[in-house]
Design a protein around this ligand. Structure first.
Ligand code: G4P
Length: 526
């Protein structure tokens, strides 16, 4: 297979959901279809468990194991499918946001009973920012849940997605009989416990067909006919281009644990999901078909064992072919690096990869060279865009508790920030350092790692902040005045960019009103 064929058969995507909606179960079923795992449970055992929320060491340990599921690849219908794992635990939301920069499309899993939950809202917002194509899978139809039309409304309102159902449920919970796939024009009958048979899939091209009444009963057939008619009237026709541009999301219904609706989802996904997409850099658009290799690091995983300081940097290949032992330019450091054991991780298997194509993700062993967002190329100085930092939601001052270890602390903070554990801001007025995180757990992780890996100790002190927003202005005069008047609330991020530390939503609003020409951004890239 030549290079172009190889890259065109890649489909790289992520599955996102609020914890418990069924992401792990769905992932596992997809892997079973693809033959990547033989038994259920292989992925599940890597899951960060909810019960461990109070014990961050346990969570870190589990997260360490979850390196194994960072990228799950399998072949299906001559395509190579790469599923990038996104931690469901909300304290690692930032990891998930960043992983979303490395996918070409997304499947969102929603629990039919719970509807759209907060974590899903945040994650889909990140997808919308990037116009990522989204497929919605409504899960757990074997349980009583919300009305399907109400759910679609909720998805449109809360997630801001325009939807088009491509399958439709017949009943729900105890009365769940199956789904009608408008995409395949087939009725798929439900059998619990994943015991689906080929004959459960019945071709019904015209819903007036009496076979429908025969299979699901007259009453349900009448309801289905009416509802499908309503769907055709209310929702736009499905157009692949609209989906690819992130303007229309197809919706499927099923029950992952019962393996129901999963194959239909996968078959549609393989038909419509995009192959590796071009990536923006500050310099130019990088097309996957380009002969020269380029890629960027979107996630860094540190080893928790202090005797093994190595980390794994996950790099997505964006163009050209990545080859083991070839010298590549580390753009930020302006030096050549060679990788003798680039690795792919799959369930409990680690494999050295000799080559990788656009859409693939490679784990690179690293002793501290990489930072999130770093580019590797064959020589061109490219800087990939779209890998922003997100405004943290929790803040604390960090104080050095051991003055003799100031150097270690500075180094530790720098390296851990490179890994994306948290974000560091330095106040303009007094040089005090503030750590910002998405989840409270990260404070413990940071303190523990500084102590155990760098021998530095920190104490936290509360600081009352609502958001850190990156502040810019085209009008230099206004910027100067803003900086003079709000000096107390200003800080710099690790790259020296100006950040406004807002104490409350109200304060941010007032400042915005007082300085209408100033722009405040909730991500570091705008
Ligand atoms: P997550 O990764 O999104 O957090 O969710 P996960 O797949 O772990 O699923 C959460 C729970 O929901 C699991 O139950 C799982 O078995 C269940 N589940 C997943 N899909 C379905 C479905 O289609 N129908 C029903 N009824 N349940 C479903 P658990 O009790 O937390 O775990 P387990 O003991 O079953 O492993």
């Amino acid at each position: 297979m030549d290079f172009i064929e190889e890259l065109h058969r890649r489909r790289t995507f992520g599955i996102i959901s609020h914890p418990d909606a069924g992401k792990t179960t769905l992932t596992e079923k997809l892997l079973l279809f693809g033959g990547a795992i033989q038994i259920a449970g292989a992925v599940k055992s890597n899951k960060i468990k909810r019960s461990a929320t109070s014990d961050f060491m346990e969570i870190e340990r589990q997260r360490g194991i979850s390196v194994a599921t960072s990228v799950m690849a399998f072949d299906y219908k001559n395509l190579k499918i790469n599923i990038l794992d996104t931690p469901g635990h909300q304290d690692f939301a930032e990891d998930t946001y960043r992983t979303l920069t490395a996918v070409d499309s997304v499947i969102v899993v929603i629990d039919v009973a719970k509807g759209v939950e907060t974590q899903t809202e945040k994650l889909v917002e990140v997808c919308r920012m990037r116009n990522t194509p989204v497929i919605v899978f409504i899960n757990k139809l074997d349980r009583e849940g919300k009305d399907a039309f109400d759910l679609l409304d909720e998805v449109e309102q809360k997630l801001g997605l325009k939807v088009r159902p491509l399958s439709w449920p017949v009943g729900m919970g105890q009365r769940f009989k199956g789904v009608y796939s408008m995409y395949e024009k087939k009725l798929v009958l439900f059998r619990p416990h994943g015991k689906q048979e080929e004959e459960d899939k019945i071709e019904i091209t015209d819903l007036a067909d009496p076979a429908l009444d025969h299979h699901i009963g007259e009453r349900d057939a009448a309801i289905l006919r009416e509802e499908v008619q309503m769907i055709e009237g209310v929702y736009p026709d499905f157009e692949r281009d609209a989906y690819l541009e992130g303007r229309l999301s197809p919706v499927f219904f099923g029950s992952a644990v019962n393996n129901f609706g999963v194959r239909e989802l996968l078959d549609c996904f393989t038909d419509i999901a995009p192959p590796p997409l071009a990536r923006h850099t500050e310099e130019r658009l990088v097309e996957p078909e380009e002969a020269k290799f380029s890629g960027f690091v979107f996630k860094i995983h540190a080893n928790m064992d202090p005797n093994h300081r190595d980390r794994v940097a996950f790099m997505r290949v964006c163009s050209g072919k990545f080859e083991r032992n070839s010298p590549y330019l580390h753009v930020r450091q302006n030096r050549k690096l060679k990788f003798s054991n680039p690795t792919s991780f799959m369930a409990d298997k680690k494999t050295i990869v000799d080559e990788a194509f656009p859409g693939d993700v490679v784990g690179l062993y690293d002793s501290g060279n990489f930072k999130i967002g770093d580019a590797l190329t064959e020589g061109e100085a490219l800087h990939f865009k779209g890998i922003p930092s997100f405004s943290p939601e929790q803040f604390r001052y960090v104080n050095n508790a051991d003055p003799l270890k100031a150097k270690q602390l500075a180094k530790g903070l720098e390296q851990l920030m490179d890994e994306g554990v948290a974000q560091l801001f330095t106040r303009d007025v007094d040089g005090r350092k503030i750590v910002g995180t998405v989840g409270a757990l990260q404070f413990d992780v940071l303190q523990y790692r500084l102590q155990h890996e760098y021998g530095a100790s920190v104490q936290y002190e509360g600081v009352n902040l609502y958001k850190a927003c990156w502040a810019t202005c085209d009008n230099e005069q206004v910027l100067k005045e803003f900086m003079q008047r709000r000096r107390r609330d200003l800080a710099r991020d690790v790259d020296g960019q100006l950040v406004f530390l807002a104490e409350s939503a109200w304060q941010l609003k007032t400042v915005q009103e007082n300085f209408p020409e100033m722009e405040f951004h909730f991500t570091s890239e705008y």
